[in-house]
Ligand binder design. Structure first.
Ligand code: GCB
Length: 581
């Protein structure tokens, strides 16, 4: 398939199929309304919307415009979680595994211009040891110690398993459905399939264009600057463009200057935005355009009221506005690739992204013999293919918090080929990382072998709870160890659950004062170390999770509430990060 984001222009057309679709749980007879794109889970008070595991059906009619004769017509799904089967007039025409990356479905053989058909999308929300992210059956999935060994509790867990209860091995609500846009698209029969751009600071841009039909030699390419002036031209499917006195793409508060590569091929044309910037790791520094870059910005989730994980441009703009307000310059797409519109916005706004695969939950007392490897490779390649032209993406994350210390050698053998694959698959050869959880860092082998070490730590919260003086002592001890490794380190998660509006003259856990004190304590340790090149508090905003004894209405570690009101800690970071600009 083509990895190009759908575009409307003189030769390409898209019809947005967003709106209210018919919806039902498979096996039900009645249909009810559900909005697309959005997670379905919060759109009804029926508990099945939140809890049922299995297949749901979405239905609507589609018509291919009569004027689209002679074009290639296809459907483009930006993301259906976690897997999808696509049927047209009752016949399966495609299927796709994985909920966070796009896929296309060719309609040419099924529906002619002027014809109408019934489109049915089956979406399966089940998660298991065969999916990314990972799910488990029965028990208390994320919150570890749920009274193991007690006969009656074990019997209860067995009963849950028999009922096919399906729980996340990760700490965010298992939002699902058609969560991202669906479009009916038309492009010329002979068309541009793919564009790869590899810019250098000199203004040389290597390019490669993949085409379908026609003769690849007919490709022409024009680069336009931000004022639409043509600044470089070339022809042929591969080559080098030369931009004189290039403007660089710089992270915020610099200027994230964007060029557009306009590619012509036969009747087809496609505008691919790009930025000129270089990313490199040198010793313990992370260089963007040759200058040391310090990451500071909270990790995110795609999460909001009503929409769940649904793509919402208003929410994206609001969130990035708050990143500017915070003087934040980055986030990690914890714990899955986000909707493409967010990367487009970050290209434009200069917010740097660490792009993460949905490999989360790979710790549930298992080893690495799950047979996931091939699928994991596919997801990693697809993510890189989708996102490789975005200047905002500066690093790939292979996954979040796998168990890497129980069997350090097996973990190394599982993850190292993925690390190599990421380097091979990315024409820009960005640095690669794997995010480590708080474990036996002295036993683990793989995390320390990454280009940049990203570690999640909860000193003072999950361990040494509430005792920030001792938390600092312990964290410093660990940092002493990392200092010997000679790698750049980012604290990629640290945080404290905080109930907005809960205060205390003494800073105790869950109060806003404690959250500030926690970040003061951790920052004190970070600021002492040169090899620490970034801090990413957990999390930007409160977010929904599955139920559990440690989650009161979700995860409350946000600097903002779920409706994006700042807690005291947001104001604290705003001051701290303003000084880093
Ligand atoms: C983590 C996970 C993240 C959780 C967070 C927490 O280490 O990576 O998904 O939400 O801890 O708050 O427990």
């Amino acid at each position: 398939m083509s990895t190009l984001y759908p575009q409307n222009n003189a030769t390409r057309m898209t019809l947005d199929l967003g709106g209210v679709w018919d919806f039902r749980f498979q096996g039900d007879s009645a249909w009810q309304p559900v909005a697309v794109p959005a997670s379905y889970n919060d759109q009804s008070p029926d508990p099945r919307f939140r809890n049922a595991a299995g297949v749901v059906e979405y239905r609507r009619r589609i018509t291919v415009p009569a004027g689209w004769k002679g074009l290639r017509v296809f459907l483009r799904f930006d993301g259906v979680a976690h897997s999808a089967r696509i049927l047209l007039n009752g016949m399966e025409i495609a299927s796709h595994r994985g909920g966070f990356l796009p896929f296309e479905v060719d309609l040419d053989a099924h529906l002619q211009p002027g014809e109408t058909g019934e489109l049915l999308v089956e979406a399966d929300n089940r998660i298991s040891h065969r999916t990314l992210p990972i799910g488990v059956e029965g028990g208390n999935a994320f919150f570890g110690s749920d009274n193991p060994g007690i006969p009656s509790v074990e019997a209860g867990k067995q009963k849950q398993r028999e009922q096919g209860i399906n729980l996340p091995a990760f700490d965010f609500f298992n939002y699902t459905g058609i969560q991202r846009p669906v479009r009916l698209c038309a492009v010329p029969k002979a068309h541009i399939r793919d564009i790869t751009l590899v810019p250098a600071l000199s203004g040389e841009v290597r390019y490669a264009v993949e085409t379908s039909g026609g003769s690849p030699a007919d490709v022409r390419i024009q680069v336009m600057d931000a004022e639409s002036r043509i600044v470089a031209i070339a022809s042929g499917a591969e080559g080098t463009l030369h931009i004189a006195q290039p403007h660089l793409w710089e992270p915020w508060p610099g200027t994230p200057y964007l060029y557009t590569a306009r590619v012509f091929f036969g009747d087809d044309v496609y505008d691919q935005p790009f930025g000129i910037r270089e990313v490199r790791v040198e010793g313990t520094r992370f260089l963007i355009n040759g200058k040391p870059f310090r990451f500071h910005g909270p990790c995110k989730h795609e999460d909001s009221a009503f929409h769940g994980r649904g793509m919402d441009p208003c929410l994206n703009v609001t969130d990035i506005g708050l990143y500017h307000w915070l003087h934040a310059n980055c986030f990690r797409t914890s714990h899955y690739p986000y909707a493409e519109e967010m990367y487009q916005l970050c290209d434009r706004e200069g917010i740097v992204i660490v792009d993460e695969t949905p490999a989360v939950g790979m710790w549930a007392d298992e080893d690495y013999g799950w047979g996931l490897g091939e699928y994991h490779r596919q997801v990693l390649q697809d993510m890189i293919a989708r996102d490789r032209n975005h200047p905002c993406v500066v690093m790939w994350s292979l996954g979040n918090e796998p168990d890497t210390d129980t069997y350090p050698d097996r973990a190394y053998d599982y993850w190292r080929p993925l690390y190599d694959l990421a380097h091979q698959a990315d024409p820009q050869n960005r640095p690669v990382t794997l995010v480590g959880c708080q474990n036996r860092y002295d036993r683990d082998r793989i995390i320390r072998s990454m280009d940049v070490v990203l570690i999640n730590r909860y000193y003072g919260w999950y361990n040494l709870s509430g005792d920030l003086e001792t938390a600092k002592f312990a964290f410093r001890q660990e940092l002493d160890w990392w200092e010997t490794q000679g790698k750049p380190v980012i604290l990629s998660e640290y945080g404290a659950d905080t109930i907005a509006g809960l205060h205390g003259a003494v800073a105790e856990m869950f109060t806003e004062e404690f959250q500030v004190a926690f970040y003061e304590a951790m920052s004190e340790c970070l600021d002492e170390r040169d090899f620490v090149i970034g801090e990413m508090p957990w999390n930007f905003a409160d977010f929904a999770t599955c139920q559990g004894p440690m989650r009161a209405g979700g995860n409350r570690k946000g600097l903002f509430t779920r409706d994006r009101r700042p807690k005291m800690a947001a104001h604290w970071f705003r001051k701290r990060w303003a000084e880093m600009d």
